[in-house]
Design a protein around this ligand. Structure first.
Ligand code: BTN
Length: 321
């Protein structure tokens, strides 16, 4: 149904059609009309609704396409092998299969929509069509397995810098790897490592950014905790430009890390952090740790100073302010 309705709108640019006319023409109730319009809105189609005149299609979703993205790339390795899917379960799974088939470092999988996107601690990751950046890249770092947290911190710094270049929003890093605007999350990062006999074979680095989502695209339960770059800036963002900028920042920082180690990344992470200096509690697998966040140690752990004057390190967990 929504396909035929969409076809009508696409064949009649600039024309209004009222809810009543749609309901008569397609023999459906007024509630069903409203549901179909909302379904199309969730896919990135934008309608103007004018009393007495009805609906008019004013914007169609822009799709990510390989040619446009490759033209924008400023990198030498990252994103040069590229797969763009309309729909997939999770770009993490696709990138891993590709890595096993021999994809090179920097191979990138992007999807318009994920049906089983996942976040840290196996939480579901809401990935509606056409409005976000849902992507995973294959990394093959020559580092010991215990250094992989460095890559998570490096990735979030790169995304933060790229967003700041493209979108006028005040974005900051919440330890270890969330990006927030105000108190709301706009980006999450998931790194999955694959090793054999303690040797790191590959890392699949997944990035999820809420780019052009509108308020109505968020299900209950996420609505009050998340926001998008579009909501925060009041502007529709060109996703291909942002992807290209992220890959550029990411490759630069990765090269710096290969040459100079974690030091420069740590400094940049601390400079963009909204966690440091605040009194926080961290839910770790071993219980709650409280204190004022001081900074990162050389392994990427967060150092807290407790009220008892003791310093404590946390290696994983969720931060609460
Ligand atoms: C988190 O904050 O919990 C991490 C979210 C990571 C989501 C991204 S979207 C692209 C990639 N594919 C997935 O299934 N997850 C990551």
């Amino acid at each position: 149904m929504s396909d035929r309705l969409l076809e009508w709108f696409q064949n009649h640019p600039d024309e209004y059609i009222s809810g009543e006319e749609i309901s008569k023409e397609w023999n459906i109730s007024r509630t069903a009309v409203w549901k179909q319009i909302n379904r199309l809105r969730a896919k990135g189609y934008d309608f103007e609704a004018v009393p007495k005149l009805g609906y008019r299609l004013i914007q169609q979703p822009t799709r990510l396409d390989e040619r446009t993205l490759l033209l924008k790339l400023k990198t030498s390795r990252f994103g040069r092998q590229l797969r763009i899917r309309s729909k997939t379960e999770s770009t993490q799974n696709e990138a891993l299969s590709w890595a096993k088939e021999g994809a090179q470092e920097g191979a990138l999988v992007l999807a318009e929509e994920q049906t089983s996107g996942r976040g840290r601690q196996n939480r579901p990751w809401h990935s509606p069509p056409g409005k976000g950046i849902w992507m995973s890249m294959v990394l093959k770092p020559k580092i010991p397995l215990q250094f992989t947290p460095h890559l998570t911190l490096l990735t979030v710094v790169a995304v933060c810098r790229a967003i700041k270049r493209v979108v006028p929003v005040d974005v900051g890093i919440k330890w270890p790897n969330d990006l927030l605007v105000g108190e709301r999350k706009i980006c999450g990062i998931l790194l999955e490592s694959f090793a054999e006999d303690e040797r790191l074979l590959s890392v699949i680095a997944g990035i999820g950014i809420s780019v052009n989502l509108d308020e109505q695209d968020y299900p209950e339960g996420i609505k009050d905790k998340a926001t998008s770059l579009k909501i925060a800036s009041g502007k529709e963002i060109d996703r291909a430009t942002l992807v290209a900028e992220i890959l550029y920042e990411w490759e630069q920082l990765y090269q710096l890390y290969e040459e100079q180690g974690f030091g420069p990344v740590r400094t940049l992470w601390e400079a963009q952090s909204i966690t440091i200096g605040r009194t926080i509690s961290v839910n770790t697998p071993y219980g709650e740790v409280n204190g004022v966040a001081q900074g990162l140690d050389e392994s990427g752990a967060l150092v807290l100073l407790g009220r008892d004057g003791q310093y404590r390190k946390v290696f994983s967990g969720d931060v609460h302010f």
